[in-house]
Design a protein around this ligand. Structure first.
Ligand code: NDP
Length: 285
């Protein structure tokens, strides 16, 4: 990659960003497509967020990805939002078109990509159990609606946050009132209320196995378990699932999927999926 006066800069805003695999994934893709682009990590603290958003325009960045803890806080600074970003009130990709900043949320596509890539286009689950009620959990719920999930159990440590999420899903008709239930995240509740969920998703920022929330004997009906975390090829949650005869995936394909969409938003060019995956897998080793 040769950086010169015409290089177009994109990047990532977050705190922290040093762990991110996105620079490796995007820079490999720019090189593969022979694009004079460069992707940089920007460590942006909460108090610096307004200044950092201004800098997108003043420094002429083409755009940025946004990660924790800024996905919601950045929304008020943008000129417009895609339907999904508006719906979720959370942005993970911003594109700068002549000083106008548009916010997108490619996490929904990322989760759908993970499902399709691992389970096929016709995958559907009747009943899902979602651990967590944060931003990633909301994007997953929207994606689950698109693959026809009929009912959803939301398990969260803070039940008020799960209630808030359930109201959001019902008010926006993402799921019917009767289809959403909320439980406090603990072993007994999971065993009793999520026993026949066919799909279980970990959208906690911690590992539910390590936190001691998972029933020893697994869940009878569960066929597929997905951990949105991706920094290890097999997380303790995935090991627990596999040990109970359940097909388990980590969140690497979701990261890849959201990255594919972001790359296409930044460049208008079709993403080189294989090269991007290779860069992610290499980054994990
Ligand atoms: P948020 O901070 O919005 O939500 C965190 C969730 O984890 C909340 O439900 C929170 O519960 C729960 N939690 C945190 N600590 C504990 C604990 N000690 N005990 C019980 N529950 C806990 O984060 P996000 O939704 O943005 O991200 C969640 C995870 O998803 C992260 O690991 C992130 O890396 C991953 N992710 C992966 C993506 C991918 O592309 N693969 C994309 C986006 C996210 P409470 O409400 O009680 O605080």
């Amino acid at each position: 990659m040769i950086i010169n006066g015409e290089t177009i800069v994109v990047g990532l805003f977050g705190d922290p960003v040093s762990h991110s695999l996105s620079p490796a994934m995007h820079n490999a893709a720019f090189q593969e497509r022979d694009l004079n682009f460069c992707y940089l990590p920007f460590h942006v603290c909460k108090e610096d967020l307004p200044g950092a958003v201004k800098a997108i325009c003043s420094l002429g960045l083409r755009g940025v990805n946004v990660t924790a803890p800024h996905k919601e806080a950045i929304v008020p600074y943008l000129n417009d939002l895609s339907a999904e970003a508006g719906f979720l009130n959370a942005v993970n990709t911003i594109v700068n078109r002549g000083g106008k900043l548009s916010g997108h949320n490619t996490d929904v596509y990322g989760f759908l990509f993970l499902l399709q890539n691992n389970l096929g286009k016709t995958f559907s689950a009747e009943k899902a159990c979602l651990l967590g009620a944060g931003g990633a959990a909301r994007a997953v719920a929207l994606a689950l609606n698109r693959v026809g999930v009929k009912s959803l159990v939301i398990a969260n440590r803070t039940t008020a946050r799960a209630e808030h999420m359930a109201s959001f899903l019902m008010e926006n008709r993402i799921l019917k009132d009767s289809a959403v239930s909320i439980i406090k995240l603990d072993k007994k509740n999971l065993q009793e209320n999520a026993a026949n969920a066919t799909l279980m998703i970990n959208a906690l920022s911690e590992d539910p196995f390590e936190l001691g929330f998972l029933p020893q004997a697994g869940l009878q009906g569960c066929r597929v378990a997905i951990d949105l975390r991706y920094h290890s090829l097999e997380t303790p949650f995935m090991k627990w699932a596999a040990g109970n005869g359940v097909l388990a995936f980590n969140g690497l394909d979701m990261l890849l999927g959201q990255g594919i969409k972001a790359f296409e938003i930044f460049t208008g060019v079709q993403a080189p999926v294989g090269i991007m995956r290779e860069a992610l897998v290499k980054g994990l080793k």
